[in-house]
Design a binder for this molecule. Structure first.
Ligand SMILES: [Mg+2]
Length: 298
């Protein structure tokens, strides 16, 4: 085995891959992940967990996980919570149930969505002017975003953040939210009202859970992202893979042992960076099996 890329993992390491969705694994316009298929297939055949980590809601991501045939935990709404399929990890005392029969357990980093809406109602009483996903019907949201009405219905099912359009001064709005330990983070189009967490919280929590699951093998963690809201996630792993986008130059990497930058955007860039790393480290699946790290119960 010849490992040629910088910051390469130890031979017995268990790889864990975290990825942003829009503009990273998904094409920004078509939402297709087809161009990443070779690397996705390689990850699946090597049984390397692929953790989706996005601003999307749990309902939106469950649909995408079906399309990807992905059964791993995932991080929703910019780190508001981690959802873990029941039985995925050995007993986790700090997980709550997502609901009877849902098949998922929840690790929450946010306040409940209802609390965010209460604070926003107070903000309205104090004179701030805005409208958000909870104010609009699915049809209205579809009209504003270009989503289908079905997709808009999924986007409205919030766990712990509320996207809004604010009229007026952002600084005084931020000041108001800070009194409730909330903040507003600019996304592509909407301002996301959320708590003091980000995508990295889910990454760190999952890394601890995976370290237990795969012990004594060490973890080798990789993250792929394309914009500023991925910075914390990219700085929380061993190897940061930055996907080219109109915003990727704003990303400041301070901590990873290794970083790579794609030429192509979206899923093409995802495949461009990840596939050669997998091929160099695991020239064939037999070599992977011999390392004993692919499966905790080989
Ligand atoms: Mg993105």
């Amino acid at each position: 085995m010849t490992v040629q890329f910088p910051g390469a993992p130890p031979m017995n390491a268990q790889w864990i891959v975290f990825t942003d969705l829009d503009g990273t694994l998904l094409n920004r316009d078509s939402y297709s992940f087809a161009a990443a298929a070779p690397a996705l297939q390689q990850l699946a055949s090597l049984q390397i967990p692929l953790i989706l980590n996005s601003s999307k809601t749990a309902a939106e991501m469950m649909l995408l996980r079906q399309q990807l045939d992905n059964g791993d935990p995932f991080v929703v709404e910019n780190g508001a919570a981690v959802l873990v399929p029941e039985g995925y990890f050995p007993a986790q005392p700090d997980l709550e149930s997502l609901g009877e029969g849902s098949g998922y357990l929840l690790k929450r980093f946010s306040d409940p969505h209802e609390h965010i809406l209460e604070v926003l109602a107070d903000a309205r009483h104090c004179g701030f002017t805005f409208a958000g996903f909870s104010d609009w019907s699915a049809a209205e949201l579809a009209q504003k975003t270009g989503l289908t009405e079905q997709a808009a219905t999924l986007a409205k099912q919030r766990t712990g953040s509320e996207p809004i359009l604010l009229e007026g001064d952002l600084a005084s709005f931020q000041q108001f939210l800070a009194a409730f330990h909330l903040r507003a983070v600019q996304g592509g189009r909407f301002l996301h009202v959320m708590g003091q967490y980000d995508k990295a919280d889910g990454v760190r929590w999952l890394c601890r859970a995976f370290a237990q699951r795969y012990a004594p093998n060490p973890l080798y963690t990789i993250a792929l992202g394309d914009s500023h809201n991925d910075e914390g996630m990219l700085n929380a792993v061993d190897c940061a893979l930055v996907i080219r986008s109109p915003h990727s130059a704003d990303i400041r990497l301070t901590k990873p042992k290794a970083a790579r930058y794609s030429e192509a955007e979206g899923p093409q860039g995802w495949n461009e960076l990840l596939l050669p790393m997998l091929q160099q480290t695991y020239p064939d699946d037999e070599a992977r099996g011999a390392s004993g790290a692919a499966n905790p119960d080989p």
